[in-house]
Ligand binder design. Structure first.
Ligand SMILES: CC(=O)SCCNC(=O)CCNC(=O)[C@H](O)C(C)(C)COP(=O)(O)OP(=O)(O)OC[C@H]1O[C@@H](n2cnc3c(N)ncnc32)[C@H](O)[C@@H]1OP(=O)(O)O
Ligand SMILES: CC(=O)C(=O)O
Length: 523
């Protein structure tokens, strides 16, 4: 069975709170979706806003390859003739080869939201679809609130889609607009609709977290179009997430879809769309999330070393994702073995030092350290425990002076005494805060001996209070990200004193950089 994928990232996705694409954003996403081989690409509602009108103008320059561009809008206004309805005229003017119109199929909506008669709504559906067919468009009829309508007044809901079918709709898409239906209700609705039209689609919202399940059961029942969005973006809780729907259809249900050869590009597509939407990618998103194939528990890592299938439902490469085994207080020696190459450990060293290392990690995480996301500090700990840490400098002494002026200005100055081999360097520096002053003074001292340290830049500084109840005596965790060229260095420090925690994270980043970039010169 073949199923067509209809993407509405640029229309329903743009209805998500927090998303506001520019025309250029929409064109960028469109290009990626076309390259991915999506069957239908809904570009927006021309006429609803100038941006969408412009998008359809600009989209004329795109090479759509096999993807069909769809323009979205509603059935005619209850009191207008189709040929006078600006909404419908804009849909035609967009020149999109596919027009998708939504029409009411829940009697409650007809009478309350549309404020018209049930009879007039049937006419609106018939006339709209027929009008668009007459001008040669492929027409998708989105039966809005179909499942709620089918529950409340099944006879009327079916009459609505009968009108669309009679008028020549190419696809009738049943919408779970409020996202409140259960899979068994979807099945019943699709079964009934298939008696009216052979080409039924599903558009499921995620308010009950069932959008993907509801889309799959619709396909199992005979639906041949699935509407959804990349990353599930959409009105309220979003739409069926195509990043889950697509691999489930291909890998779990053996359904044929046109983009199947591009499945390995799915993770990249998902991250690209979140980047353009200016939203953090959800790390826990199934299939494409950063944690979707990250294993933390020691028991899991141990089994994975023996057989990858023990804790993975699919090989991550199939969707372009990758496997990771993290190291934390949930780890055992197996987690270290898995990462031995990255940690610079031989199998022999893991056998010798594994238990000691795991115990050190667990003890430090108990104090508040977190090594997931602080890989450089972890590497230094590994070097220390295995006797392979040659520290490039030692801080003999450091002093911080914080002066609060009469006018309220706060001045910070740091003085440090650093030893590199037999040389002692004494420096002072001010800064726009105590941590910055310390950083400046330390670098000033070390730059004399390690000039390439100038490549290392501090790019992120995060503080997290670990036991909020202790107020100003609380333990804090400082995470620092520094970068040297393309590579980022992540370190951590923990203390009840924020300066001490910062200094620990800061020195870890300097030590890590120096030992990885000055082999042979480090004392
Ligand atoms: C289920 C869905 O997600 S459908 C897509 C929803 N998306 C959007 O609403 C985003 C884009 N929408 C918009 O920009 C605006 O709502 C517009 C331009 C479409 C309309 O704006 P306005 O004319 O100011 O109307 P407003 O938004 O206040 O109300 C919607 C109108 O559409 C009517 N309407 C709703 N559904 C339908 C339908 N299927 N067929 C015809 N008219 C409809 C409503 O009855 C209401 O008409 P009224 O103003 O005569 O009462
Ligand atoms: C058409 C649509 O977006 C809906 O019914 O949810």
């Amino acid at each position: 069975m073949k199923v067509y994928l209809y993407d509405t990232t640029l229309r329903d996705g743009a209805q998500a709170e927090g998303i506001n694409y520019t025309v250029s954003d929409k064109l960028k996403i469109a290009r990626k979706l076309i390259a991915f081989g999506i069957d239908y690409l809904e570009g927006g509602w021309p006429g609803a806003n100038p941006k969408d009108l412009e998008f359809f103008q600009e989209a004329k320059k795109l090479d759509f390859n096999k993807t069909k561009l769809a323009a979205f809008g509603s059935t005619r206004h209850p009191r207008l003739k189709v040929k006078d309805d600006p909404n419908l005229l804009n849909l035609i003017k967009s020149e999109a080869p596919v027009v998708t119109v939504f029409g009411k199929s829940w009697d409650l909506h007809v009478e309350s939201a549309l404020a018209t008669t049930l009879e007039n709504n049937l006419l609106m559906v018939y006339e709209t679809v027929a009008f668009l067919k007459e001008v040669g468009r492929e027409v998708v009829f989105d039966a809005e609130h179909f499942f709620d309508g089918f529950k409340n007044n099944p006879e009327y809901a079916l009459k609505v889609i009968e009108q669309a079918a009679r008028a020549g709709a190419d696809f009738i898409v049943l919408c779970d607009t409020n996202g409140g239906s259960l899979p068994k209700e979807i099945r019943a609705g699709v079964e009934a609709a298939l008696k009216i039209h052979p080409r039924i689609g599903i558009h499921a919202h995620n308010d009950s977290e069932l959008a993907v399940a509801n889309s799959l059961i619709a396909v199992e029942t005979g639906a041949t179009m699935v509407q959804g969005t990349i990353n599930g973006y959409g009105e309220r809780c979003g739409n069926a997430n195509l990043c889950s729907v697509i691999p489930n259809l291909i890998l779990k249900m053996g359904v044929e879809v046109n983009c199947q050869d591009n499945l390995k590009n799915l993770t990249r597509l998902s991250r690209y769309v979140s980047e353009i939407a200016n939203l953090h990618p959800n790390p826990y998103q199934p299939y494409t999330g950063q944690s979707a194939f990250t294993h933390k528990g020691g028991v899991h890592a141990s089994a994975l070393l023996k057989d990858k299938g023990t804790y993975e439902h699919i090989p991550p490469e199939l969707v372009g994702n990758h496997r990771k085994v993290s190291i934390s207080d949930q780890a055992g020696v197996s987690n270290l073995l898995f990462n031995s190459e990255n940690l610079g450990l031989s199998e022999e060293e893991v056998k010798t030092y594994g238990k000691e290392l795991v115990a050190a990690i667990k003890a430090m995480e108990h104090q508040g350290y977190q090594f997931e996301g602080a890989e450089a500090s972890l590497e230094l700990l590994v070097r220390k425990v295995t006797g392979k840490l040659s520290e490039p400098f030692k801080i003999d002494n450091s002093k911080l002076i914080i002066e609060i002026k009469e006018d309220g200005r706060v001045l910070s100055e740091a003085v440090v005494k650093v030893r590199v081999g037999d040389t002692t360097i004494h420096t002072a520096s001010d800064g726009n805060g105590p941590v910055n002053a310390l950083d400046n003074a330390l670098r000033k001292a070390l730059l004399e001996i390690y000039p390439n340290l100038s490549e290392l830049k501090l790019t992120d500084y995060k503080v997290r209070v670990l036991n909020e109840k202790a107020g100003t005596e609380a333990v804090v965790r400082v995470l620092i990200e520094s970068s040297a060229g393309e590579k980022s260095i992540n370190t951590v420090g923990v203390s009840t004193n924020i300066i001490e925690a910062s200094l620990k994270a800061l020195t870890d980043s300097l030590i890590y950089f120096l030992i990885n970039n000055n082999e042979g010169t480090v004392s």
